[in-house]
Design a protein around this ligand. Structure first.
Ligand code: SAM
Length: 221
């Protein structure tokens, strides 16, 4: 951002103290997090908290994820400039903005219309043009733009939704929090010619992925 960005120092401290210090080494990811103005992706009045080491509420019971978790998930996607990426769970649009710094095409799908609309506004305010936000059930993926080189799911489901695995290109990477409602394991799937490799990455805590191939019932659908 510009030299007059009032949060530039907070952002640099966030990257050094919360992210690099905990082992994220991908210079592209670190540069993107230094650049994207996270305070433009939180509700008005919460800008000061945007660079703290925690998730924040963004309305409608949803959250913008903790910066460190965003960094780990982004690094694990191993993005290249020509990659096509699908994000499931647009939320604030912050993760999508980072993806747009690192990949060629970014589609982000959000279940809640109001959340998607605010994400579009946030992205526009931040000057991010490389993200297409779609409203829908992301547990079904987004077939019109498939296959994807990378898929990132930023809400938690009991198992990886099958349509997402089907929409992964050969060599493609998928990152998703998988497990019970209260806490989950972050898993990475890599589609190989002869099958899908699953790599566990550690414990996390995400809001539920609600849809046909995620959590259902309890008045959610
Ligand atoms: N990536 C977001 C960010 O950068 O702010 C944070 C996402 S928030 C933790 C999870 C989001 O997933 C919520 O906005 C929620 O509405 C959305 N979500 C839940 N189920 C979904 C589904 N089936 N399809 C698309 N979005 C879904």
């Amino acid at each position: 951002m510009t030299e007059t960005d009032p949060y530039q120092r907070e952002r640099e401290e966030m990257v050094e103290c919360q992210i690099r210090a905990r082992g994220v080494r991908d210079e592209g990811v670190l540069a993107a997090m230094r650049k994207i103005p996270r305070h433009l992706f939180v509700p008005k009045g919460c800008e000061r908290a945007a660079y703290e080491d925690r998730p924040l509420p963004i309305g409608e019971g949803q959250t913008i994820s903790q910066p460190y978790i965003v960094a780990v998930m982004t690094e694990q996607l191993d993005l290249a400039p020509q990659d096509r990426v699908l994000e499931v769970g647009t939320g604030s649009g912050y993760q999508a903005a980072l993806l747009a710094e690192l990949a060629g095409t970014v589609i982000s799908i959000e279940r809640l219309r109001g959340v998607a609309e605010r994400a579009r506004e946030n992205l526009a305010r931040a000057g991010v043009t490389g993200v297409r936000v779609v409203v829908g059930d992301g547990t079904k993926g987004y077939p019109p733009e498939a296959p994807y080189n990378a898929i990132i799911v930023t809400a938690a489901s009991p198992a990886v939704p099958e349509p997402l695995i089907d929409q992964l290109a050969e060599g493609g990477r998928l990152i998703a929090p998988i497990g019970p409602r209260d806490c989950q394991d972050l898993v990475k799937l890599v589609r190989r010619r002869d099958g899908v490799e699953t790599i566990p990455l550690g414990g996390v805590c995400f809001v539920p992925l609600i849809g046909q191939f995620g959590w259902r019932g309890e008045g959610f659908l």
